[in-house]
Design a protein around this ligand. Structure first.
Ligand code: HDD
Length: 715
């Protein structure tokens, strides 16, 4: 057969003409610019994008080998004839495939799934009385990078799993990098880092089948937490609505461990860090979360990036709870070194010390979000650690883990990790060393490099707080004050509203209901008796278990902390999404009016129609953004039904789910009839009918400020 003839497509040559003809650059002398009329990358990307350095990873217009040789073709391997074997000498083929084969690095052992953004931290100066840290002094402005994460799932797991969220911020301060590596819960599962591998082994998928992914609803997790009662308080948070945030923009953050701050006069205090979101703290409902994981596994990541791109920059105030640095390191009887305990805000108010604004999405996920390396030991003068045994173990783990994850000790040279102040560390060589160090004497003292670099004893030196260490003996034992595992779990329970408690009890029933072993369920239900009899009875009933006969009594003298409830107040609505359902029969003015009212308050209207294309004619036509097959209620915070829509299953599902998930719904014109089939009353809370499109949309927006129509939950 002649080699030009394609055996499967008569009349076509063996190598079919590609549909896309790549524009060819005219040959030019080296260094000359090619014809730029063809398609070009929209953004020149490179190492400089992460930190403003000039070093480029991608230069020039020509496609080249890694050695810079210009390539004429990257679609065909070098063969002995068009149908012959591939030649070993094809360097471009081998280089391209070898590089690809090594593109992945190990994912984080925990917190593998994450999303991040760049921003700025502006200090109010209010912390200067307690710390000399430069970035917390009046008017200081610091570049930051924040990465949010789930803990248990792997890198490709869905975003809205029931889980703790990581909230880690890298401050590129003039005194060196400070990392605040926190979570969205103020407490942790365990009191000693020694148990961290154990809790993580228990929470990760079972080692035999590697299921379930990104979930705590399985036997090993509940086996561990029911046996380690110190995990009870954290488990209550994990079963609460806090574990399924509506958005990364709507989560609180906590440093969890207690830190020791030192001011310019050398005075110290014990401090807990808080992040308070400007958007308020809001959650999904459990059914909504489950649907979302299927409909859009990237829900949180998309929401964060979309909001930043739309200019609805998320903001958090950094706050401090400042406690005296007392000899016993307790406050109001609460041990400040026990990371399973929080300090109620009613006892130690949170003082705002600055504002974090995230205003720039990463340009390259791998270079920035994946390669960023946080460490609670990245400290600046004025912020020091305490003897919290969990924090002490963390100080070892984070550096160690980067050796495997980032392939050696030079990860701080990666653009995203580089300090934005001079670095002269005398570290040399090693895997992936990119610096060309000068001098011959990387040791101290030296005479050959003129004594460089010099030790710093001045103002900005990292001098450890000279904290006295108690005289003691070596022993593997926790302080007796760590023995109370239930009173703060009860405190959390008592602080929640009725609907929050109901969600929490339902979460226990769901999660324990997924366990195969009845002994585990029984053990956990018995633990609940020590928190609250009512909670224990509800969960036991839901699981079909007998209420345990136990002498364990809930702690009697616990006072609620209303600040822990997330249902109260009114919050900004910017960045929230409104589904606007319309059809070709809808008057275009209605669509325009609703879109404007929604857009005016910084929310995002998404036009839904039976099929794609545009609605309306000419200049006023509007593009359809979702069709009946590409939309689902979980994407929207509220729904507006325009006039001229026919009843359909898709619309029934949309409305029923929005109603069940306590979302405001507004109707224009004749759209009220759509509420009949799902059985929704026109007078139900959060249903806005009867006014003009602008009026009902404004009512809907006002309702959204409370996040959900909570009154409907009572029906
Ligand atoms: Fe951790 C990552 C937060 C206890 C060991 N941790 C990691 C991240 C966050 C936290 C937010 C992700 C950082 C990122 O986005 O890259 N971890 C916490 C908090 C804890 C905590 C708030 C308790 C107060 N962690 C903890 C202990 C250990 C670790 C007790 C081990 C002894 N954590 C790690 C780690 C990770 C990590 C294995 C995985 C990837 C990484 O560090 O860079 O070293």
């Amino acid at each position: 057969m002649p080699s030009e003839e394609n055996p499967f497509i008569p009349g076509k040559p063996a190598s079919a003409t590609p549909e896309f003809e790549e524009p060819q650059c005219p040959q030019g002398p080296l260094g000359s610019k090619p014809d730029q009329s063809g398609p070009r990358p929209t953004t020149p990307t490179g190492a400089d994008s992460a930190d403003g350095q000039t070093e480029q990873a991608q230069q020039g217009e020509y496609h080249t080998t890694a050695q810079g040789g210009r390539l004429p073709d990257t679609n065909h391997s070098l063969k002995a004839g068009a149908r012959g074997p591939v030649l070993l000498q094809d360097h471009h083929l081998r280089e391209k495939i070898t590089h690809f084969d090594h593109e992945r690095i190990p994912e984080r052992v925990v917190h593998a799934r994450g999303a991040a953004a760049h921003g700025t931290f502006v200090s109010y100066g209010t912390a200067s009385t307690v710390t000399k840290a430069g970035f917390l002094q009046p008017e200081a402005e610091t570049e930051v990078f924040t990465r949010f994460s789930t803990v248990v799932g792997s890198r490709g797991s869905p975003d809205v799993a029931r889980d703790t969220r990581g909230f880690a911020t890298k401050f590129y301060t003039s005194e060196g990098v400070f990392d605040l590596v926190g979570n969205n819960f103020p407490v942790f599962f365990i009191q000693d880092a020694m148990k961290f591998p154990d809790i993580v082994h228990a929470a990760k998928p079972h080692p035999d089948r590697e299921i379930p992914q990104a979930q705590s609803a399985h036997d090993t997790f509940w086996d561990f937490v029911s046996l380690h009662t110190e995990a009870t308080h954290h488990t209550m948070w994990q079963m609460s609505d806090r574990a399924i945030p509506r958005s990364l923009r709507m989560m609180e953050g906590f440093g969890v461990n207690t830190f020791r701050l030192e001011n310019a006069a050398g005075e110290t205090s014990l401090v807990k860090f808080h992040w308070k979101p400007e958007n308020g703290v809001h959650s999904l409902l459990w059914e909504e979360a489950q649907l979302t994981n299927g409909f859009d596994p990237d829900f949180h990541r998309r929401d964060l990036a979309d909001a930043i791109e739309a200019g609805a920059y998320p903001r958090w105030e950094l706050g401090l709870q400042v406690m005296p640095d007392s000899e016993d390191e307790t406050f109001e009887g609460i041990d400040l070194l026990d990371p399973t305990k929080l300090i109620p805000e009613e006892l130690a108010p949170v003082t705002s010390v600055g504002m974090l604004t995230l205003d720039r999405n990463p340009e390259n996920y791998f270079a920035e979000t994946e390669q960023v390396a946080f460490h609670p030991g990245h400290l600046v003068p004025g912020i020091d650690v305490t003897n919290d045994p969990l924090l002490q173990g963390r100080l070892f783990s984070y550096l160690d883990t980067q050796m495997t994850r980032l392939g050696g000790p030079n990860f701080s040279e990666l653009p995203i990790n580089r300090p934005r102040c001079p670095v002269n560390d005398m570290f040399r060589d090693g895997m992936h060393q990119t610096a060309v160090h000068q001098g011959v004497a990387p040791y101290k003292p030296n005479s050959l490099d003129g004594g460089n670099p010099f030790s710093s004893k001045g103002e900005h030196a990292l001098i450890d707080v000279p904290q006295p260490v108690a005289e003691s003996v070596k022993e593997r034992r926790a302080s007796a004050s760590f023995d109370d595992h239930f009173s703060q779990a009860r405190l959390f329970w008592l602080s929640l509203t009725g609907i929050e408690r109901q969600h929490l009890a339902e979460a226990f029933i769901f999660e324990l209901g997924k366990c195969y072993e009845e002994t585990i369920r029984q053990r956990e239900v018995k633990n609940l008796a020590a928190i609250d009899r009512g909670l224990c009875e509800t969960v036991a009933e839901g699981l079909g278990l007998d209420v345990p006969q136990t002498t364990e009594q809930p702690a009697a003298d616990v006072t609620a902390s209303p600040a822990l409830s997330q249902i109260s107040g009114r919050w900004p609505v910017a960045g929230r999404k409104v589904g606007l359902v319309a059809s070709a029969n809808t008057p275009i003015e209605q669509i325009t009016v609703v879109r404007k009212a929604v857009g005016d308050v910084g929310m995002v209207p998404l036009l839904i129609a039976p099929r794609g294309g545009r609605l309306g004619e000419g200049n006023t036509a509007v593009a359809v953004e979702r069709t009946y097959s590409t939309m689902r209620s979980v994407e929207f915070d509220a729904v507006v039904l325009a006039g001229g829509i026919e009843t359909s299953t898709a619309i029934d599902v949309l409305i029923s789910e929005a109603w069940r998930h306590l979302k405001p719904i507004a109707t224009c014109d004749d759209a009220e009839h759509l509420l009949e089939e799902p059985g929704i009353g026109l007078d139900d809370p959060g249903i806005f009918c009867g006014g003009g499109p602008e009026e009902v949309t404004k009512q809907l927006i006002a309702a959204l400020a409370e996040h959900r129509t909570w009154a409907r939950a009572e029906m």
